[in-house]
Design a protein around this ligand. Structure first.
Ligand code: GLN
Length: 393
């Protein structure tokens, strides 16, 4: 049976081959819109990957590791050099050998946490809009998602709705701050509310902090540092964003040993280990001086301001993001029915690609009036994109 999949334009003969646990997923929105960008010779502000190269010292470290013979499987849970470097980056004491699991990107860690810990029928609270792999993994684990919406235009956490989502059946809540795609950095009050409820209902917190070094305004509080939260929190961070190596796929989960055992159980049978020379290079990268991380955030402030000012000048309503390298822009002033038709118009008329955020929603329709742009691009690319957007109308 041929079936149209939501948010994609691909037809698959799903019933013939794809297992039931996967047949209702299409191609990810990132792959779809990167393809549409190529087809239209468009500037790709869709999928979040830099169009500039990684720093020389990081590339050199990988080349050196290959030359040094770091070319076989590593320890499954992570090369000891990297495990120690990761532990040293944390704001709280982390046991490198017992509490760190290196994976092929945080997308693998998300799968490892869910497959390792969540049972069929368990309720898991997911805050929407969300990174799309959360729901896909929960579905494969036969868990029941409970959705809490961050409502536009300010995308703050609604206390009553969050409280209502918790029950004695709740196993886990997935929290992502700095938040993709809204660019919000959750306040101390919001995180304290999540913590209060997690403690009250004895819930595990999966804290996706892959944009932790991309706090452009305000401060990021790792939820594991709040009182009584270390023992119930799994923290995910990664290398790709902060060293512009998204293709290296190096991420890690840090969690108390009781969770780490479960995470490693899944990891050993999914990928066994991440690429060894890249892990060794990651250890070098993480030991970069503080100035690297300060310059990195400053460069991103310039990129953010260039894109936000440009989008406003074209007529979008934009709330400047506090973190991540994404901005959600409200396209309603242009009069389109929904996000997909708007994104298609942009790809064809302006040759600029953004992501239609309805793919990041399960419950609310609020995503339809927005488009997500990534600003992990050179200033010239961003300026050219804004120039092309003048042709929108
Ligand atoms: N996290 C990236 C984004 O939101 C995409 C990651 C991926 O394509 N797997 O753009």
């Amino acid at each position: 049976m041929l079936k149209k999949l939501s948010a994609t334009f691909i037809y698959y003969d799903a019933a013939m081959t794809t297992a039931k646990r996967l047949e209702h997923f299409g191609e990810t929105v990132f792959a779809t819109w990167s393809r549409i960008a190529v087809e239209n010779n468009a500037i790709n502000l869709g999928q979040g990957f830099p169009d500039f190269d990684a720093p020389e010292f990081v590339k050199e470290a990988a080349i050196q590791a290959i030359r040094d013979g770091e070319n076989q499987y590593s320890r499954s849970a992570g090369h000891p050099l990297l495990a120690h470097a990761i532990a040293d980056t944390f704001e709280f004491p982390v046991d490198a050998m017992e509490e760190v699991t290196v994976s092929c990107g945080s997308t693998e860690s998300i799968a490892n946490v869910i497959f390792g810990i969540v049972n069929p029928g368990d309720e898991v609270i997911v805050i929407e809009p969300f990174y799309d792999s959360y729901l896909a993994c929960l579905s494969m684990a036969e868990a029941t998602p409970k959705i809490v919406t961050l409502h536009s235009p300010d995308f703050t956490l609604n206390e009553a709705e969050l409280r209502a989502a918790f029950s004695n059946k709740t196993k886990m809540i997935i929290v992502n701050s700095p938040h993709n795609p809204t660019g919000r950095v959750f306040t101390h009050e919001e995180l304290s509310l999540i913590a209060e409820l997690a403690i009250k209902y004895d819930v595990i917190v999966l804290s996706d902090e892959v944009y932790d070094k991309l706090v452009l305004t305000g401060t990021h509080t790792p939820i594991a540092t709040l009182p009584e939260m270390y023992e119930r929190t799994i923290t995910l961070r990664s290398l790709g964003k902060v060293f512009s190596v998204t293709g290296w796929k190096i991420g890690w989960a840090v969690a108390p040993p009781k969770f780490t055992t479960a995470i490693r159980c899944s990891h050993q049978f999914t990928t066994f280990c991440a690429a060894t020379p890249l892990q060794v290079a990651a250890a070098t990268a993480l030991r970069a001086p503080d100035s690297y991380f300060i310059d990195y955030a400053n460069e991103y402030r310039k990129r953010r301001d260039t894109l936000v000012d440009g989008l406003r000048s074209v007529g979008f309503q934009v709330h400047s993001p506090e973190g991540t390298y994404f901005v959600l822009a409200d396209h309603s002033p242009f009069g389109f029915d929904d996000d997909i038709s708007f994104c298609l118009h942009l790809a064809k008329k302006c040759r600029v690609v953004g992501i239609p955020p309805s793919a990041f929603y399960h419950q609310s329709k609020e995503g339809a009036s927005f488009i997500r742009f990534a600003f992990c691009k050179g200033l010239e690319t961003l300026k050219m994109a804004v120039e092309r957007l003048q042709a929108i109308g």
